[in-house]
Design a protein. Structure first.
Ligand code: FEO
Length: 393
């Protein structure tokens, strides 16, 4: 429990047990679930936690409230990492008023039974006075579910932003941006969170920026990751950059290789790109590195080169999986190239090009494909491919 501002308490927790967020995205450094309690004249809880993540959660609320009942439960977002303690809150505080928008209540009915008289349906821009603090609500649908809204405290200028401005990684002692070395660790994990979870909805993030643009924001309290009180402009700037698909000059090369020939091509292409002056080059084996990290790297750089061997008359299944995930995450403004190897029919590169075009990604006209082993006498095409690609970055 930590006081953030006048009567606003952080009552979040860290999850170091879970291996996969949404049972999909690796959590080697864990994740925090942030919940906030405004212990005002009319106490309000802003979002809850994932069920079972903190056995002390209800005790913490009771301690801060000193015997007073919780009057409001504000639901910014219903994904269970923030909402699965709602049942416990309803059982502990049976008279609590649940605050949400029309979509919140439509979805909530699929999870919890809340008596009609305990629902407070707010509109976009509605206000709610807690006594000292006056809250207002802004709908930000699809950041990252359709019901999502943010809550803004007009009194202390605090934005409870839910998934927006969040990141992976537990809060290891430091909770606030001025207590951590953000660039050393959290920056990469935040971009991975953005690209994996929120990136698909980048246009909606831009819509949220438009909507929140006029607010004076002194503190940002997201539902994951650090709280921004010293420099909230930094996380706003990062999210603006990522949601407008701005990227560093550089190339991510990702290959699928069964017996090493496509891998060798990847290294040859990387070397040729370096000789063309490209400084940021990252090479990955799609069969080894989880797609979560690959999408993160793809978001960071403006060049992407995919390579595959042929496999059962198509491309390698792991490359097929990556292309699917790229189509979901939908990174934009990339220069994309393809390469590959095969033993007889070139099915890998052919299929890769076809699948990219099907998701509206047009690779550079020049591609490179080798048959059999990657020997020096076959490498002229690699050099020409790399020179052409580098010139387009
Ligand atoms: Fe952190 Fe969309 O939930």
């Amino acid at each position: 429990m930590t006081l953030i501002s006048n009567k606003i308490h952080y009552i979040g927790t860290n999850d170091r047990k879970k291996h996969l967020f949404e049972n999909n995205w690796p959590l080697p450094y864990g994740v925090s679930y942030n919940s906030y309690l405004i212990a005002d004249e009319h106490p309000a809880l802003v979002d809850t936690l994932e069920y079972g993540s903190d056995p002390d959660y209800l005790t913490n609320i009771a301690t801060i409230l000193e015997g007073r009942p919780l009057e409001y439960l504000i639901i910014n977002h219903l994904e269970p990492d923030h909402s699965s303690m709602i049942g416990e809150i309803l059982r502990t505080y049976p008279d609590v008023t649940v605050v949400g928008n029309c979509t919140t209540f439509k979805l909530l009915a699929n999870y919890y039974a809340v008596p009609q008289e305990q629902k407070l349906e707010v509109m976009d821009g509605s206000t709610l006075s807690l006594g000292h603090h006056v809250l207002t609500f802004a709908w930000v649908p699809w950041v990252h579910w359709p019901e999502t809204m943010v809550t803004y405290d007009t009194t202390d200028k605090v934005l409870f932003s839910c998934d927006a401005f969040g990141g992976f990684g537990t809060l290891d002692g430091g909770i606030f941006d001025d207590e951590i070395d953000f660039d050393k660790f959290y920056l990469t994990e935040m971009r991975r969170y953005y690209s994996n979870i929120v990136g698909k909805w980048s246009d909606k993030v831009q819509g949220a920026f438009q909507k929140l643009g006029g607010l004076e924001i002194k503190i940002i309290c997201p539902s994951h990751g650090p709280i921004w009180r010293e420099n909230p402009g930094k996380v706003l700037s990062l999210y603006n950059r990522w949601s407008t698909h701005q990227a560093e000059k550089g190339v991510v090369i990702i290959y699928a290789s069964m017996y090493g020939n496509t891998e060798k091509m990847a290294d040859k292409i990387a070397r040729a790109l370096a000789q063309e002056g490209v400084k940021n080059i990252r090479v990955f084996d799609v069969s080894k590195t989880h797609v979560s990290y690959l999408i993160n790297e793809i978001w960071e750089y403006n060049g992407l080169i995919l390579g595959t061997c042929a496999y059962n008359g198509q491309m390698h299944p792991m490359m097929h999986h990556l292309v699917h995930e790229i189509s979901v995450a939908n990174p934009k403004n990339k220069v994309v190239g393809v390469f590959g190897s095969s033993s007889w029919n070139g099915a890998g590169v052919k299929t890769l090009k076809k699948e990219l075009e099907a998701i509206k990604i047009t690779p550079t006209e020049k591609s490179v494909e080798l048959f059999g082993v990657t020997t020096d006498d076959k490498l002229q095409g690699v050099k020409e491919f790399a020179a052409d690609f580098a010139s387009r970055l």
